[in-house]
Design a protein around this ligand. Structure first.
Ligand code: HEC
Length: 449
């Protein structure tokens, strides 16, 4: 009997649409986004809408004034379906009716028992983002700074870009003063990256369940040169390909898309990950693209052809960061399993080193001289550096000077003199790489609000 090699079978299985017909309907991927899009605006637990809230399963089981909206296993007896189909009036959502095939997905989910895929990373990520959005809305209102999710130094070292709430903030690296605020995003910006030639800056983010966006500015007058849309969900990472105009993006929709940064047109889409893609990086020579995913793997692609050249599995949890060493010989990976690994590009079968952190490693950066790695997490202490040679800790930062909250972003200055860290508390801390002393602690944009 003719048999396809397993790798090809897997490729076929993962290259089509997300769900095969027999797969149960996923609450996180199909139902929550649907309710968010069509119902949440009105059904937020209000008297006028019959006290029905739809933000989670418990609220729908409790239902509104007419009782539970959902009867698990019995779509036809569920008020929610009856109102959507117009069997009960007024038909929902009022004044418009939804396509029957969309209602059918909801019916199937209820008939399958109305299960919430709680353990799934997509659900966790969605809940985390919802929590973050709510907390952000609160902090925004109370004027507290939003979390810092990403940082990038311009290659000349003079400017640091900081991802903020609905904007990218540019900081003068020498003085800590805000130079400019680049607005236009609808939600939290998740990633910022200067192009290796320093001529462009990209920021990326999106609206959960709706779509992702990349904005590109030129770095002389900071005019916006491009807005790229194409992902179906929030973008978590962007990377510029050295010596080209190409930019790659990836995020919650599990896809990696490579774009022509000048025209904004997609060049290719890589569908190799079976879960959220957290991080992307190009090798310094621009020949390889690396990715890290919630599917617990990192992957390496030939940047020219888009073909996968290696799959790296050593981590027991989501891979949150990938970073090439400045000489292009090594790749470092960091994971929610609290571990980091360094791999030799010439032989990617097994990592050559492993390091442990105190919590999930959200941030990772090489020193430009390649001698050590900086990593940030939510553990205590949260911000550590390791010597590349032997994994020993180097340049200890005093506990009293440590970031007080989760570290989500770290960047080492191109002159090798300082390292910047930012995270949940919204402060940007800059440390001396000589002795670990804190050089500066600023709230990006705080001086220009
Ligand atoms: C524009 C506002 C609006 C939107 C959008 C909307 N609803 Fe409603 N919904 C209402 C109002 C108002 C009522 C109360 C009607 C009544 O009691 O006569 C209601 C009632 C209901 C009820 C009956 C609850 C009970 O126990 O009485 C269900 C079920 C329902 N909506 C489901 C949905 C679903 C599912 C969606 C999204 C697909 C949706 N609605 C979108 C305004 C809205």
């Amino acid at each position: 009997m003719f048999r396809l090699p397993l790798s090809i079978v897997l490729l076929i299985a993962s290259s089509g649409q997300l769900s095969v017909a027999e797969d149960p309907v996923s609450y996180a991927q199909a139902i929550a986004p649907f309710l968010e899009e069509h119902c949440i605006a009105c059904h937020d637990d209000g008297f006028e809408t019959s006290d029905l809230a739809v933000h989670d399963l418990a609220a729908m089981l409790k239902g509104g004034r007419r009782g539970p909206s959902i009867v698990p296993g019995k779509a036809s007896e569920s008020l929610l379906i009856q109102y959507l189909k117009g069997i009960k009036q007024p038909q929902m959502p009022p004044k418009t009716s939804l396509p029957l095939d969309q209602i059918a997905v909801l019916e199937r989910w209820i008939n399958e028992g109305a299960k919430v895929d709680e353990g799934s990373v997509v659900t966790q990520r969605r809940e985390q983002m919802r929590k973050q959005a709510t907390e952000e809305a609160a902090t925004f209102a109370s004027d507290a700074p939003p979390p810092i999710t990403s940082l990038s130094y311009r290659p000349d070292g003079e400017v640091v870009a900081v991802a903020g709430y609905r904007e990218v903030i540019l900081i003068d690296a020498a003085t800590g003063k805000t130079i400019r605020r680049l607005a236009g995003f609808s939600e939290q910006v998740m990633a910022v990256a200067f192009s290796p030639d320093g001529r462009h800056l990209a920021g990326a983010g999106g609206t959960p369940g709706r779509g992702g966006e990349i904005r590109i500015w030129e770095t002389q007058g900071w005019a916006e040169t491009k807005v790229i849309r194409g992902h179906a969900d929030v973008i978590l990472s962007v990377a510029w390909r050295p010596k080209s105009d190409q930019i790659a993006s990836a995020g919650l929709d599990r896809l990696i898309i490579v774009w022509d940064g000048a025209t904004g047109k997609p060049i290719r889409t890589l569908k190799h990950h079976s879960d959220i893609v957290n991080t992307l990086a190009y090798s310094p020579d621009g020949k390889r693209l690396a990715s890290g995913s919630a599917d617990k793997t990192a992957k390496v692609f030939d940047a020219e052809t888009g073909l996968q050249t290696a799959g790296l599995s050593t981590h027991n949890d989501s891979v949150l960061q990938v970073a090439f060493s400045p000489d292009g010989l090594h790749l470092a990976t960091a994971s929610a399993d609290r571990g980091m690994a360094v791999w030799r590009l010439a032989d990617l079968k097994n990592p050559i080193r492993g390091f442990g952190h105190t919590g999930p490693v959200h941030a990772l950066a090489w020193r430009p001289d390649g001698t050590s790695l900086w990593a940030g997490s939510g553990g205590k202490p949260s911000f550590l550096s390791y010597k590349f040679e032997n994994g020993n800790r180097v340049v200890d930062i005093k506990d009293s000077a440590m970031p007080v909250d989760w570290v989500y972003a770290v960047a080492v200055s191109p002159d090798n003199l300082s390292v910047a860290a930012g995270g949940w508390d919204g402060t940007l801390n800059i440390y001396s790489l000589k002795d670990g002393s804190k050089l500066r602690s600023i709230v990006p944009g705080g001086d220009s609000r």
